[in-house]
Design a protein around this ligand. Structure first.
Ligand SMILES: *[C@@H]1O[C@H](CO)[C@@H](O)[C@H](O)[C@H]1NC(C)=O
Ligand SMILES: *[C@@H]1O[C@H](CO)[C@@H](O)[C@H](O)[C@H]1NC(C)=O
Ligand SMILES: *[C@@H]1O[C@H](CO)[C@@H](O)[C@H](O)[C@H]1NC(C)=O
Ligand SMILES: *[C@@H]1O[C@H](CO)[C@@H](O)[C@H](O)[C@H]1NC(C)=O
Length: 341
């Protein structure tokens, strides 16, 4: 009994397979599905605390040479460059500190030698700058480079730390006020992403397998094939569900904690919503596939009985018709059939 409705699980499996494959490969090359990040860090204002603290200290004597001269040597240079871009620093009084902060956001990261954003994908970390600039409304990401996370690790603070050290001021991430609490939030994220990538890889294999067994179910509609389909589809569904839960909860928790603790030093994180949308869509599609095959198994049982009755009735009817003649074999055969059922 070939049923055209089998198109549904095949289509759902193809779609789920493509989605999880894309989820795995997003961000593999600079700009490829850049919006589909797990979490992204806006570091355009990282280090603003150093500049702002200096600006506050400057408040009592706004005319005293400007706040850049009060900055520790390593930042004074960067500050001067940043503020030079916004004009005279005599007018930069504390009431305008927020404006200064915004303008700093566009220049500070470059001064420090880091990038304006770091986006974490399943297999890579991409970095780059905002276009047209960090503070513009609807700024888009201009990816400069992607680092393979699977081989080089997902520790974004280590990457930033390294770039700061080779930067013009030879700072470390600790100099910016990056504390243990913040690092522990980052480390939790690292663990979550590693677990996620393993689960996601298994999900890619299982959804691919489910596609193959769904096609097999179309070609050979037998009970064992149907049961294999149910098992594979349910495993794929459970794996994808675990995947989506880990990444949805992990990324959101990390983003909240990092933003909470990083606000002072100008570090912000956002969990990627487009990314979780595709993983949850895959979860839904695998559920459809699983439900379809489960339904087929249940139906197959009944269907077989119906089929059995129908196909066996006609020979038996003829046998019974034949049994009206004194034919012992025919009667025995039909009794045997009956008792077997
Ligand atoms: C992206 O950055 C590169 C240099 O890093 C620059 O040449 C290019 O114009 C930028 N693209 C956009 C759209 O801003
Ligand atoms: C990045 O952070 C800065 C500083 O808080 C903010 O002004 C800017 O709007 C953010 N940019 C993006 C694209 O999120
Ligand atoms: C950032 O870009 C916006 C839109 O292009 C522009 O209005 C704004 O002046 C820019 N800010 C800086 C500091 O260049
Ligand atoms: C990540 O890098 C930071 C800074 O180099 C370091 O303190 C931290 O221990 C690293 N975390 C892991 C899990 O390696």
């Amino acid at each position: 009994m070939k049923n055209l409705s089998v198109i549904f699980p095949i289509a759902a499996s193809i779609a789920a397979f493509v989605l999880v494959l894309l989820a795995l490969l997003a961000g593999q090359n600079p700009g490829f599905m850049e919006d589909y990040d797990v979490i992204s860090f806006n570091t355009s204002a990282l280090g603003k605390n150093l500049v702002l603290n200096a600006a506050k200290d400057d408040e009592p004597t706004p005319t005293g040479g400007g706040f850049c001269s009060d900055l520790p040597g390593f930042l004074g240079k960067g500050c001067a460059t940043a503020t030079a871009a916004i004009g005279s620093i005599e007018s930069a009084i504390v009431s305008e500190v927020n404006d200064i902060a915004n303008d700093i956001a566009d220049h500070l990261s470059a001064e420090l030698g880091i990038h304006q954003f770091y986006s974490l994908h399943a297999l890579s970390i991409c970095e780059g700058s905002f276009s047209p600039n960090a503070t513009a409304n609807g700024a888009t990401r201009n990816v400069t480079r992607c680092i393979k996370g699977a081989t080089e690790g997902y520790n974004i603070s280590a990457i930033i730390d390294h770039q700061l050290q080779i930067g013009p001021f030879e700072l470390g991430i600790d100099d910016l006020g990056f504390d243990d609490e913040l690092q522990s939030a980052m480390d939790t994220l690292n663990s979550a992403i590693k677990a996620f990538v393993i689960l996601l890889s298994i999900s890619v294999a299982l959804t691919g397998l489910s596609l193959l067994t769904s096609i097999a179910g179309f070609i050979r509609y037998t009970r064992p094939v149907l049961i294999v389909n149910v098992v594979i589809a349910s495993l794929a569904f459970i794996m994808l569900l675990a995947c989506s839960l880990v990444i949805t909860i992990g990324a959101r928790k990390a983003a909240t904690e990092v933003t909470e603790k990083g606000d002072d030093i100008g570090l912000y994180a956002t969990a990627g919503s487009k990314y979780t949308a595709i993983t949850w869509a895959a979860v839904g599609l695998m559920f459809v596939t699983f439900a379809y095959w489960l339904w087929q198994v249940i139906r197959f049982k009944n269907g077989k009985t119906d089929l059995h009755r129908q196909t066996k009735r006609s020979p038996r009817d003829s046998e019974e018709a034949g049994a009206e003649k004194p034919n012992l074999h025919g009667i025995r055969f039909s009794k045997g059939r009956r008792s077997r059922r």
